[in-house]
Design a binder for this molecule. Structure first.
Ligand code: PMT
Length: 402
């Protein structure tokens, strides 16, 4: 039984091409949204002859995209933004012409360009006259797409809008929604207890001031969500961030590094996997003034003392969980990250470059190099949500090898 819960907060890009079955896509959007997915619709020119973009805009609550060169898109590259945004690309209905152009590697309209540019899984639901479906050219094109990893749903057999009977009907929306949900049902960490830290810490100087850093918590929250999706029981220890709590996990809010350390020590005993994504301050002010510090001389010295290293403490426990740390570096990324793997005695380090625009701190995208004792893997730049899922899959694989 497929749970539609898997669709919550998923970004589904629905491509609609020009066939009579396009009217069913409106119901498809409604059902995907009802299951909690965020849907953005891309229409080909022919599709707009069958159904108006406004219908999809009203049902999805998002603007509909129709043109490859979109001045509204940031940097004018709508296809790249949408390709990165999507967790899954669904084309329904997919006409014989769209399938042919996709199989030929074309990128001369928005939908086919997205199909070229996305790293997300693709599912297409063909709909056409039964003779067009049976045509050897169509069958060759479908086979080529399947070899490339594009998934196929249908078509079904039955009476067709053209009056003929045979294979070529688009799969019903409810069934397509289930197939989309099934793509997210990984169960890689079913029932595994996972403890995750996220966000920055605030180290108080006086009642109104603190030391902190630029972490937004986005990476840690994405990892927590990916762990839930993988079936884990997740506890998320969060520093001060302005993010909504993902569904189906327990969140504990903390402020300082000391508080975070105390909560982690309390929670870690029953944990099988610990992921330290938080940017914990290495130092805190030695003394915290009870009253607001008043302006005085031109120079003032703030004495700092080391905070506990939460990650190293967890890894040093007598029977530690599988322990994943992060390394945020502005230079010598590989060298420093590999050093942390050894120094902190953790099972895996996820290294990311920080201090550059677009990735790392407070960005929506990131890129990681994962290091473990006898291996490494690069995860190319993509949304933190997608990256978190790939990270979780790699962690599950490494745990299974133990
Ligand atoms: O939150 P975002 O805006 O999405 O940004 C994500 C991120 C860049 C913060 C994240 O991807 C990241 O790199 N997190 C770790 C940041 C960090 O503190 O790195 P570090 O190299 O200083 O620390 C190494 C590891 O030790 C980290 O796992 C850290 O959580 C842990 N640590 C550090 C100090 C300390 N006192 N206790 C710890 O547990």
């Amino acid at each position: 039984m497929i749970s539609l819960r898997q669709l919550q907060n998923r970004n589904i890009l629905l491509g609609v091409t020009g066939g009579i079955a396009a009217y069913k896509s409106a119901e498809l959007v409604r059902q995907l949204c009802q299951a909690g997915a965020t849907v953005r619709v891309v229409m080909t020119e022919a599709a707009q002859q069958f159904i108006a973009p406004l219908t999809f805009q009203a049902l999805s609550g998002n603007p509909v995209s129709t043109t490859l060169l979109d001045p509204q898109a940031e940097a004018g590259m709508g296809h790249i933004e949408l390709a990165r945004w999507a967790d899954l690309v669904l084309v329904a209905p997919a006409t014989a012409d769209f399938i042919a152009r996709h199989a030929a590697g074309r990128a001369d309209d928005l939908l086919s360009a997205i199909c070229r540019a996305t790293a997300a899984p693709q599912l297409i639901a063909p709909a056409m006259n039964q003779q067009m479906w049976r045509n050897p050219a169509t069958q060759e094109n479908v086979a080529r797409l399947q070899q490339q990893g594009v998934m196929l749903s249908g078509p079904e057999s039955g009476s067709q809008a053209c009056g003929e009977v045979g294979p070529g009907r688009m799969v019903e929306p409810a069934q397509l929604v289930e197939q989309v949900a099934a793509q997210f049902q990984s169960g890689l960490l079913q029932g595994v207890r996972v403890l995750i830290t996220a966000g920055p810490t605030r180290e108080p100087i006086d009642p109104v001031r603190f030391l902190s850093n630029r972490s937004s918590g986005k990476m840690g929250f994405a990892i927590a969500q990916a762990a839930v999706e993988a079936g884990a029981e997740v506890t998320l220890v969060a520093g001060p961030v302005a993010l909504e709590t993902p569904d189906h996990l327990r969140r504990i809010d903390v402020e300082s590094g000391q508080e975070m350390a105390e909560v982690v020590v309390q929670e870690v005993a029953e944990t099988a996997l610990f992921i330290a994504t938080a940017a914990v301050a290495d130092y805190r002010p030695l003394e915290v003034a009870a009253e607001k510090i008043k302006k005085g001389s031109d120079e003032r010295v703030l004495r700092l003392i080391r905070n506990r290293d939460i990650l190293a403490e967890v890894a040093a426990r007598p029977s530690p969980p599988y322990t994943v740390g992060f390394a945020a570096e502005t230079e010598k990324l590989r060298e420093y990250a590999q050093q942390k793997l050894v120094d902190k005695k953790v099972d895996m380090i996820a290294a990311n470059r920080v201090g550059e625009a677009g990735t790392g701190f407070d960005a929506d995208d990131n890129a990681l190099i994962l290091f473990w004792a006898d291996g490494e893997r690069s995860l190319q730049r993509k949304s933190k949500r997608q990256l978190a899922r790939e990270l979780m899959a790699e962690i599950a694989q490494q745990i299974s090898k133990r």
